[in-house]
Design a protein around this ligand. Structure first.
Ligand code: SF4
Length: 338
């Protein structure tokens, strides 16, 4: 058992002490396979290794197939070319109307305040996204405000990633206050994986900030496996529910990680213990470098049918695929997943 005492560490110090060296990661996990190391070094040249120590603490020692490790360890298979796996699988360049704005859906848009994440998930559909050209500066606020006012159907803003909870509470507060000042906005959604990989990020200051907002706050975390939700993480997530904040989870269906009905059933049950409702189960977006996580359609339907039979309806996440240019995510159960 690794023990970094991460529960006592401020989230900012954890964020500034990420593991970025494949050799260090493999040493900590007592993994000495040369092919793992050489593959990780090569693949991390294209998309860097980036993992909080608090997340590594949840992994099994000496297990190269650990489901948490597989999500974050660069692998030589990422370097394979597959014609249908591309750099922008969701066509987000077309939806990028102003720096920081991705407007794909009618009543809401994504605001990307940062390109940084606490962890680099190897299957991430934005692993090639040109964040540096798209981050809003303070002086962009006026344009963003005007954009919202010119689209009166927009009533919800989604802070997305990069991961918005990697920025300071002060900066977050500045942006929340700006959004609160626009009367037509009712809901603020925050998409984040940080509470799963650095649970101390849910500090009192953040909880107070969210609790006091006039906007309805929805936090959508990202967890793919129950092993990510240890007792400390669960207790931190419960603090959000205690502040009457709606907390949902989205997961990605990943070969080798959660392509098993038992794993997905356990994930939903564990989320419920943390007072987090399962929301989406995404079929993998076909992003270049992630082909080795892809699953056959028949397997997806078989597993999903199994979890439908085993869980109460409120604990079954919606199985969806995002299709570039569509106005909503496409539900898949009962229709072809091709
Ligand atoms: S935290 Fe989210 S945005 Fe960041 S790499 Fe992982 S999946 Fe992508």
């Amino acid at each position: 058992m690794i023990n970094y005492l991460y529960r006592e560490q401020n989230w900012k110090s954890q964020l500034s002490d990420l593991i970025t060296d494949p050799q260090e990661l493999l040493n900590i996990l007592n993994l000495s396979q040369d092919d793992l190391l050489s593959g990780a070094i090569l693949a991390s040249e294209q998309f860097k290794l980036r993992i909080p120590r608090a997340f590594v603490e949840k992994m099994d020692i000496s297990n190269p197939k650990d489901p948490l490790l597989l999500q974050v360890l660069p692998h030589h298979l990422e370097l394979e070319e597959h014609a249908d796996f591309v750099t922008d699988p969701l066509g987000e360049e077309q939806a990028n109307h102003l720096p920081g704005i991705l407007h794909k859906y009618e009543s809401r848009f994504l605001l990307t305040l940062t390109g940084a994440c606490a962890v680099h998930c190897r299957y991430c559909f934005r692993r090639h996204f040109p964040y540096q050209e798209n981050l809003p500066k303070n002086h962009d606020w006026e344009n963003i405000q005007n954009y919202i006012l010119q689209h009166p159907q927009i009533n919800e803003i989604i802070l997305s990633g990069g991961d918005p909870l990697t920025i300071s509470n002060q900066k977050l507060e500045t942006w929340i206050k700006r959004l609160e000042s626009i009367e037509q906005l009712q809901t603020l959604r925050i998409h984040t994986r940080v509470p799963v990989v650095i649970p101390t990020r849910l500090d009192d200051e953040l909880l107070t900030l969210l609790k006091n907002s006039r906007l309805r706050i929805v936090i959508v975390i990202h967890s793919n496996h129950a092993n990510e939700l240890d007792d400390f993480t669960v207790s931190q997530l419960k603090n959000l529910a205690d502040q009457h904040i709606t907390v949902l989870n989205q997961a990605v269906f990943l070969k080798g990680v959660n392509d098993n009905a038992d794993v997905l059933v356990n994930l939903s049950k564990r989320l419920f213990e943390a007072r987090v409702m399962p929301y989406y189960l995404h079929v993998l977006d076909k992003v270049k470098g992630a082909h080795h996580f892809d699953l056959d359609n028949a397997i997806i339907e078989q597993i999903y049918t199994d979890i439908l039979a085993r869980l109460p309806g409120y604990l079954v996440p919606k199985l969806v695929r995002e299709i570039a240019g569509e106005k909503n995510k496409t539900p898949l159960y009962g229709v072809t997943v091709a």
